[in-house]
Design a protein around this ligand. Structure first.
Ligand code: HC1
Ligand code: SF4
Length: 586
């Protein structure tokens, strides 16, 4: 252990601890711009400069390890002056247009200027030219606002193993973006939005569709229904000052009704439907492989995360037959709403608009894919992120925190606890196992025993196995079979998992992949900044939502049962195949 003194306070720290980490242990705040927890520091922004007794230069706290006997000053006059200069130089190049910027009042640079007490910018520099990349339906990049901190570069390469963004040129000429000034659509960007989630300023954001939704809400010819993803309810409150992980399901429902939606529904309804379809698909693949000895594609991968689908298409096209053919719950919802529900309402698909509230930017891409037009028109019309919904509620003058709670509408608003946990890494797996176990064994799982603990939590790759004992007659070929499953989140983890499978080191029957760290609760459209502490709070809230429900298994959802009885007939029926399943291109 090493003894260090920071601002006169003695601290004991382990070998390899950085000054930034040691200061945090001692409750001393050193400001940063480029730093991201758990990822290799780049030292790019120089905001975390500190003074070390005996050293000639100021050092970056994020990348300087402590040494025994080191004496550090984090806010000495020399440090404060240097830090101000660094931030003033950044501001001198930054064309912020703050009042009309997406990040106004939610901008790390604004906050930093306030924290440092800046009253003037002593330097007048040339501003970077604005260059807008709107080549994808998911994201908008404006190089004019970029402060070259490289957070997006770090996340895209280290967390997602994509590397779509990187610094090019030198000094003032440095540009962060895809090679040769191409758009994100021209490179292998999966549109996950993790770059937008960490950008400290307004340089990368979601493509904003709020105005489109206002317009359609005002159109008397349209029936406008809304679906909310499982992860929204544990994060939307943050837009109104709540602690991360505050559940706002009832207030969110009331707000949506007040905004003028004609039906307030839940993506969770079709998450339950997904379990019926995907669980059956998995069991049929196992039957073909183990009983009929046919060649089938195993392991089967979940297919609800659109950024994961993009990743598989770009990098592992040979594995596309291994993806479940199920559409995501978002897309199943659109197809069911514009057929089954529209018919119940006596309207045609083209008279209905489906809006989704998603924690995700890739969902904006997914809804306009050519494969997603099965109701005869585009099944989902607009996708808003959690942040965009927060903006709409504010624009409408709704006092969110004062709203009474209310319930979603039937039938497409009814769902189980299994659907709630889709929001968390490991949740789709757990939801599928709850249903598959009961189908195969004919025995009810004890309520206390529903969590599959090895697949919960924030470890990057998680594994579990279940030995099937005494299945019912139809599934007797599974007797004694050890079903192996894996869960990964963050695409770099998916890549390493797939490489282990391809090399033969690992084998599984079923794998859940979510692109964003933590699963959807950590999506690219969620309120910023999502740290691990924030992820855990949202995850715990979602588990609490599940645990508070009487109905916690997808196959118990009576509204889903009714949908089968009145319309779809049974899982994997012809109609289900037409509306709920798809095939992805290579
Ligand atoms: Fe997700 Fe899903 S859980 S993908 O993470 O399968 O976005 O929340 O809506 O579609 O249900 C996102 C979340 C979401 C779908 C579901
Ligand atoms: Fe990289 Fe995802 Fe951003 Fe695309 S959306 S640039 S893949 S982090």
């Amino acid at each position: 252990m090493l003894k260090v003194t920071i601002n006169g306070k003695e601290i004991v720290a382990g070998e390899g601890t950085t000054i930034l980490e040691a200061a945090k242990q001692a409750a001393i705040h050193i400001p940063t711009l480029c730093f991201l927890e758990k990822l290799a520091p780049t030292g790019a922004c120089r905001v975390c400069l500190v003074e070390i007794e005996g050293a000639r230069n100021l050092m970056a706290a994020c990348s300087t390890p402590v040494a025994d006997g080191m004496r550090v000053m984090t806010h000495s006059p020399k440090v404060r002056d240097a830090r101000r200069k660094v931030v003033e130089l950044i501001l001198s190049e930054h064309e912020g247009n703050c009042q009309i910027c997406d990040r106004n009042e939610d901008c790390d640079l604004q906050q930093l200027a306030a924290e440092l007490g800046l009253k003037a910018i002593r330097y007048q520099g040339e501003k970077a030219a604005s260059h807008i990349d709107d080549s994808t339906p998911a994201l908008l990049r404006d190089n004019g606002k970029c402060i070259k901190c490289r957070r997006c570069v770090t996340v895209c390469s280290q967390v997602q193993s994509v590397g779509a963004l990187y610094p090019q040129g030198r000094g003032f000429e440095t540009v962060i973006g895809p090679a040769f000034a191409l758009g994100l659509n021209d490179v292998a960007c999966v549109q996950c939005g993790q770059c937008a989630a960490v950008c400290p300023v307004g340089a990368i954001s979601e493509r904003n569709h709020v105005e489109d939704v206002w317009k359609v809400l005002e159109d008397p010819q349209q029936t406008v229904v809304v679906q909310t993803a499982p992860a929204i309810r544990a994060a939307l409150g943050e837009c109104f000052g709540c602690e991360p992980g505050t559940l706002v399901t009832g207030k969110m429902t009331s707000a949506l009704r007040q905004l003028g939606f004609d039906g307030v529904f839940d993506t969770n309804f079709t998450a339950d439907l997904t379990i019926m379809e995907e669980g059956t698909e998995l069991l049929m693949r196992l039957k073909k492989a183990l009983q009929d000895k046919e060649t089938v594609s195993l392991p089967m991968f979940t297919s609800c995360c659109p950024a994961w689908i993009n990743f598989a298409e770009y990098y592992y096209s040979d594995m596309l037959p291994n993806l479940s053919s199920c559409k995501s719950p978002q897309q199943m919802f659109g197809a069911v709403a514009k057929t089954y529900y529209a018919r119940k309402q006596g309207i045609r698909p083209e008279q209905m608009t489906v809006v989704s509230i998603m924690p995700c930017t890739a969902k904006k891409f997914e809804c306009q894919r050519q494969e997603m037009i099965d109701s005869s028109v585009q099944d989902v019309d607009y996708v808003l992120t959690t942040r965009e919904l927060g903006q709409m509620v504010k624009e409408a003058g709704i006092d969110f925190m004062a709203l009474q709670e209310s319930e979603m509408d039937a039938p497409l608003g009814l769902s189980s606890g299994a659907a709630d946990i889709f929001a968390n890494t490991g949740g789709v797996m757990e939801a599928a196992l709850r249903t598959a176990y009961e189908i195969v064994t004919g025995r009810e799982l004890p309520v206390k025993n529903l969590h599959v603990t090895p697949v919960t939590g924030l470890e990057g790759v998680k594994e579990a196995s279940i030995v099937i004992e005494h299945p019912v007659a139809d599934w007797s070929f599974l007797d004694g079979v050890e079903v192996k499953v894996a869960v990964s989140h963050g695409l770099a983890n998916a890549r390493s998992l797939i490489e282990h499978i391809e090399s033969g080191e690992k084998s599984y029957h079923f794998i859940e992949v979510m692109a964003c760290p933590g699963g959807c609760i950590g999506g690219g459209g969620q309120p910023r900044l999502t740290t691990d502490a924030v992820r855990m709070k949202r995850i715990n809230a979602i588990y609490a939502e599940d645990e508070g429900k009487l109905m916690r298994k997808s196959h118990e959802n009576e509204a889903v049962q009714q949908l089968y009885a009145e319309f779809l007939e049974q899982p994997l029926s012809e109609k289900s195949h037409h509306l709920l399943h798809t095939k992805y291109r290579g």
